[in-house]
Design a protein around this ligand. Structure first.
Ligand SMILES: *Cc1c(COP(=O)(O)O)cnc(C)c1O
Length: 450
């Protein structure tokens, strides 16, 4: 049997300068090194330690406004509901709430976080394929804007619950348009084999049934075809065309449709891949759904929060292996799981201006966790770095802290918000006592031996 040769990626990585040029909230200063807005990252590491997530309030605001401007520019009546799962830090949510964004939540925890951050219930959408009765009860009690139903079974559950509570749930039907968003298989959600939504062919009958169920008011249709979509607008257009046709059929049957929920998924360039701008998404919505004359909703997560954050880490040591140089960091896959989970590429910048200008040689950048998968990058051009040197992982503002765990009994990292020349720790690093706090010893195990 012939073993195929590995495909060599000959496309050189973008330079530090190229990475920075595309991220206006970050700059390399000759004296202060890598700076976010007006705060040197080295200063944050001094105060908060590492690993630490650092978010730029300015970048969050700028991105929220750019997205809204693109929708306005296309003449759409649109509301933006930030997908809380991308980054659920309360300070981040508050910055976005102040920009007038609503929320898209997928759990009781996210609904509570959104409310705690002051996001009005009247702007919150609840998505997800397995909302529990307890979660639906809370959504009804809060009287949130909309619950996106993903199955006939869920519709039945919600109807019974709402009727028993004397409430009416505003419901959108999430449709699975069976289009391939051509993103990573683990974050594709709009194919017929995925667990999400109802088949487009079943949608008209189910929508008609929703209109007859007690406690339910059908208000629209929804879709969400995947995340980190960078392959152009074809998949979006196909999905939205499918929704437009469905809405026309529903209207033809005399059923009320008040708005269309377009989901999220807009991708960002992590490396230098071409990624669509919000103007392109707005255009795709306009050409497909525009003729319906209905307000639309968007649920972006990654596009808003991803580029706004970095993960700040320290070098534990530099190890010369038999075949390669390893940079071992104090951050690991339990902090930033995307490389291990999705083979994701993240820019990695030295924070010191001297290091950033030093000669580059290939290094494997790894964490200390006992898994080979705990590898952030292979053969990455980086300077020689001494223990304690700082590095920043770019575009770690979405699906970073939100996906982290305590694997290997490593505490959850601290989180910091930068706003102009100010910064604040917005989540303390988890303490070791806190990590053990919920554990209880059954009496029959006796007392631990000292
Ligand atoms: C995850 C998710 C989003 C956000 O996806 P992004 O890729 O972060 O924009 C929006 N809507 C739903 C239903 C989701 O599950």
């Amino acid at each position: 049997m012939v073993t195929p040769l590995p495909v060599l990626d000959t496309d050189p990585d973008p330079s530090f300068a190229e990475l920075l040029a595309a991220r206006p909230h970050l700059e390399m200063h000759a004296f202060d090194g890598l700076v976010m807005e007006d705060v040197p990252l080295a200063r944050i590491a001094e105060v908060a330690g590492t690993p630490t997530w650092v978010y730029s309030a300015g970048a969050l605001r700028r991105r929220a406004r750019a997205l809204k401007a693109a929708l306005d520019g296309a003449g759409l009546r649109a509301s933006v509901h930030y997908a809380v799962k991308a980054n659920s830090n309360l300070a981040v949510l508050r910055v976005l709430a102040a920009e007038g964004l609503g929320a898209d939540v997928v759990s009781e925890g996210e609904l509570r976080a959104a409310r705690a951050a002051g996001i009005p219930a009247s702007t919150i959408v609840f998505s997800g394929v397995g909302k529990t009765e307890r979660e639906l009860r809370l959504a009804l009690a809060e009287d949130i804007l909309q619950i996106n139903i993903e199955s006939a079974e869920e519709a039945g559950m919600l109807s019974a619950l709402a009727a028993s509570l004397g409430r009416t749930a505003r419901v959108a039907l999430r449709v699975n348009p069976d289009v391939d968003a051509r993103t990573h298989a683990k974050i594709t959600t709009g194919k017929s084999e995925n667990k999400f939504g109802v088949a487009i062919d079943d949608a008209p009958a189910l929508y008609a049934r929703l209109a007859t169920l007690p406690g339910i008011e059908p208000v629209g249709v929804a879709t969400h075809i995947g995340s980190q979509i960078t392959s152009g607008m074809a998949a979006y257009r196909a999905a939205y065309a499918c929704l437009a046709e469905l809405v026309q059929a529903l209207r033809g049957a005399g059923l009320p449709v008040k708005h269309v929920d377009c989901g999220g998924g807009l991708g960002i360039p992590y490396r230098d891949e071409p990624a669509p701008l919000p103007e392109a998404l707005a255009g795709a919505i306009k050409t497909t759904l525009g003729p319906l004359g209905l307000p639309v909703m968007l649920e972006p997560g990654r596009w808003i929060a991803g580029p706004a954050g970095v993960l700040l880490a320290s070098v534990v040591l530099q190890k010369q292996g038999a075949a390669r140089r390893f940079l071992v960091l104090d951050a690991a896959m339990n902090d930033l799981v995307r490389p291990a989970m999705y083979e994701a590429w993240h820019g990695i910048l030295p924070v010191s201006p001297v290091a950033a200008a030093s000669p580059l040689t290939p290094a494997d950048v790894v964490g200390p966790v006992c898994e080979t998968g705990d590898t952030f990058a292979r053969g990455r051009a980086l300077p020689s770095l001494t223990p304690g040197a700082l590095v920043a992982f770019l575009d770690a503002g979405a699906y970073g802290a939100a996906m982290s765990s305590t694997y290997n009994m490593r505490p959850l990292a601290a989180e910091v918000l930068v706003d102009g020349d100010r910064f604040a720790v917005v989540r303390d690093r988890q303490g070791f006592d806190e990590m053990l706090a919920g554990q209880r010893q059954p009496a029959w195990l006796g007392n631990p031996q000292p």
